[in-house]
Design a protein around this ligand. Structure first.
Ligand code: GLA
Length: 729
């Protein structure tokens, strides 16, 4: 049991293995937030403070009690328009134009298992490993009923939250904000860390003290975006990888989002996260229900590493689905950086033949195989094979690949349309645009209206036909622009504000249909690299191409930021050619390999262009990745250094039984005349003796963790590190 209710005091406790969450419905029916942190086993209401604060109003039922104010109390789900002037979780406009919701406690339900959300991704878990708490709140004036849902996975220290809003009144209501999470923290000092970036430099970590007022990270791009990730970390100023308090929250949503944090007049912190209200306006008719996406939360009293472990486990085992969720992923070769659009069957088979000889499992044919797609100006939407490039079609290509012992994968960009395409000529009305205006192009392309069921049906049919036409084991689902020109003929003028969220619902519906119809296909997400790297997409695609930046040096930073919340198995990562196509940097092939091994591994170059020694290295790397892939994907991941500010990037994978550890890394620059760098390992058995495979030496676990190990002496820039330790029996 993880959920406890004290009917007398109104206290709700959610207790996981190492954390506790508390809230309480008070005498006015206001649901107050009391605690999220380490286990206390004690009603934490005694910490609440009721000062008489000027200009903080009082609810009417508190009479002349000037000390009871929604503006200063920690609340569970704050509402707009009722005297709480901080950021709120929900905002609604009533039929008379007024905007207030006064949500008071109505009741609760507890059930075994984890709730699901209609049409949206959500953590799933068996009945014996999860519970659900629902707290129902009601605005008596409008009869709007809000159900706060809490999913609990006690062993993983995970609590999820989402909200259902029901209109039980008899007139429509317009929702203008419906956050998934509103979390008040009335104690302690906090900093925040978020993950920002751009195309080819995603999820750069930034940690800052909170300023009084509101700070936010958000996307208005229609996707979760390269520029900000829908994940956030609040931590105590002394929080490190291994010590200090931190709270993490990840929104399982792939559209525009907003994360806001407010440090208020009383030094209290409020975190609000959900669909971006700037692009949201939803008409809720009588008897209708609106479900928000889900936020996944965890708390750690022992630093960020434990928090990351909790998130890696929940996302890998309880968000990702399908045949490949825990299965070994094929080592693949992708032709994009090898050929770009300039290929034919012969060239592809030439690349595949060499790759097969070196041990690669699958060839992925990237952009350019369909329609009239010879550059990025045309063809999107025409999901039929370009027979000029592939004269025998996909069936013949896949057959020839199969004969080499290779599987076949294919790139799609389903949500897009080129103006120069058969599809656009037939259905110009399927492209998103505002009728009276010229649309905004990006990468020369327009976006398909995913809110339109005809569009989804076309995509399902055309993609299914391709999938049935050949032996296809993998789909790379790309999405290469941000969205604007929000307008759809499928909605009335007043309801255009629903389109951005309905786009995401349409996308999820299509993904659900295709992944169900083709359960043996491995789906990889992509959006110009990692522009839609979020827990929503991971529900459908167990891996996502992490970045279009394949430079090993920069990848150490991108993958470092990605690792705070997302599991290693979710990270698509490839060895590419040098000089690198994005940066011109030359790094050793072993450096590129150890970096790419922190993910779902592959190659993205023409292996025929390598020297014989390099080919030898490639075939050894593939054997090595296959040997360690279980440890890499299922083991615990440790960030041993900070590559953003440090001189090297070093990380470690440790098996659950702690008998095996693999240390990988990159020393950025070699400096002459200096002692070797030292790095402390983590997560080992203190008393065990570990043999280091590379030199045969034996080291005590306690020594490796407290004193560390010398990193190899480096030579040149971006020098690779690999050390494999096994405990002696
Ligand atoms: C995006 C992807 C690349 C590649 C190209 C093809 O940029 O991230 O990996 O597939 O599109 O156009």
């Amino acid at each position: 049991m993880a959920i406890f209710v004290n009917e007398k005091t109104g206290l709700f406790q959610i207790i996981t293995d190492n954390t506790e969450y508390q809230m309480k419905a008070d005498k006015y029916g206001v649901l107050k937030h009391l605690w999220y942190g380490e286990k206390t086993g004690y009603d934490m209401e005694y910490l609440q403070n009721y000062p008489d604060v000027g200009f903080s109003g009082n609810i009417y039922d508190a009479g002349n009690d000037r000390t009871y104010s929604l503006d200063t109390l920690p609340l569970e789900y704050a509402c707009e328009g009722v005297g709480d002037y901080r950021i709120t979780g929900i905002s609604a406009v009533h039929s008379d134009g007024s905007c207030a919701l006064d949500l008071r406690y109505k009741g609760y339900r507890i059930s075994r298992g984890k709730y699901g959300i209609n049409g949206l991704p959500a953590v799933y878990a068996d009945e014996n490993e999860s519970e659900t708490l629902e707290i129902i709140l009601r605005d008596k004036y409008s009869n709007i009923e809000v159900t706060l849902r809490y999913g609990v996975l006690p062993k993983l220290d995970i609590i999820t939250r989402c909200v259902s809003i029901a209109n039980n009144g008899n007139v429509p209501v317009i929702l203008t904000k419906a956050a998934s999470l509103c979390l008040d923290i009335a104690y302690g000092e906090w900093e925040w860390m978020h993950f920002h970036g751009r195309h080819t430099m995603e999820r750069v970590t930034e940690r800052s003290p909170l300023i009084h007022g509101i700070q936010e990270s958000s996307s208005k791009r229609g996707t979760s975006s390269h520029h900000q990730n829908p994940s956030v970390l609040l931590c105590s100023p002394d929080c490190t990888e291994t010590s200090g308090s931190c709270i993490g929250a990840v929104l399982a949503y792939s559209g525009s989002f907003k994360t806001q944090i407010e440090l208020d007049q009383q030094e209290q912190v409020r975190l609000v996260m959900g669909i971006n209200p700037e692009l949201f306006r939803w008409e809720l008719k009588p008897s209708e229900v609106f479900d928000t996406p889900e936020v996944i939360m965890s708390y750690s009293a022992n630093g960020m590493e434990k928090l990351s472990h909790n998130f890696h486990k929940v996302i890998r085992e309880h968000v990702c689905r399908g045949k490949y969720k825990l299965a070994k992923r094929p080592v693949l070769i992708n032709n994009w950086e090898a050929t770009y659009f300039d290929f034919n069957e012969e060239k592809i088979l030439g690349i595949a033949e060499q790759a097969a000889a070196l041990g690669v499992d699958m060839l992925v044919l990237d952009d350019g195989w369909f329609g009239k797609r010879n550059d990025d100006c045309s063809g999107l939407g025409d999901w039929f094979v370009n027979e000029e490039k592939l004269c025998g079609g996909l069936g013949s290509l896949s057959k020839k690949l199969n004969e080499m012992g290779m599987k076949f994968g294919l790139w799609f960009e389903p949500e897009m349309i080129s103006e120069d395409s058969e599809l656009y000529r037939t259905h110009p009305e399927w492209a998103i645009r505002i009728p009276s205006r010229d649309p905004i192009r990006s990468r020369y392309q327009l976006v398909l209206d995913m809110t339109n069921p005809d569009v989804r049906e076309y995509l399902f049919e055309s993609m299914s036909n391709i999938l049935k036409s050949a032996d296809i084991s993998y789909i790379k689902w790309d999405m290469n622009r941000s969205i604007c020109d929000w307008y759809t003929p499928c909605l009335s003028a007043e309801n255009q504000g629903e389109m951005p969220h309905r786009y995401v619902l349409g996308l999820y519906e299509l993904l659900e249909q295709l992944t169900t119809a083709f359960p043996n296909v491995l789906f990889e997400g992509c959006s110009g690299g990692g522009g839609r790297f979020d827990a929503g997409m991971l529900y459908y695609c167990p891996q996502i191409w992490c970045s279009d930046d394949t430079d090993a040096y920069e990848r150490t930073k991108i993958q470092y930021g990605t690792s705070f919340f997302y599991p290693i198995s979710a990270v698509g990562s490839h060895v590419s050619a040098v000089p690198n196509h994005q940066t011109g940097r030359i790094t050793p092939i072993e450096t590129r390999a150890v970096t790419a091994m922190a993910g779902s591994f592959g190659y993205e170059l023409d292996l025929n262009t390598l020297s014989n020694e390099e080919k030898q290295e490639v075939s050894e790397q593939i054997v090595r990745f296959k040997k360690y892939s279980e440890l890499i994907h299922n083991g615990l991941y440790y960030r041993l250094s900070d590559p953003i500010n440090g001189k090297f990037a070093v990380w470690e994978f440790v098996s659950e039984d702690k008998n095996e550890a693999l240390v990988h890394g990159v020393i950025f620059q070699t400096e002459p005349n200096r002692t070797q760098y030292r790095i402390k390992l983590r997560g080992l058995l203190p008393e065990a003796d570990y043999r280091l495979e590379e030199n045969g030496e034996i080291y005590k676990g306690r020594a490796l963790m407290n004193g560390g190990i010398l990193l190899p002496k480096s030579w040149g820039d971006n020098f690779p590190v690999q050390m494999h330790f096994t405990a002696e029996a």
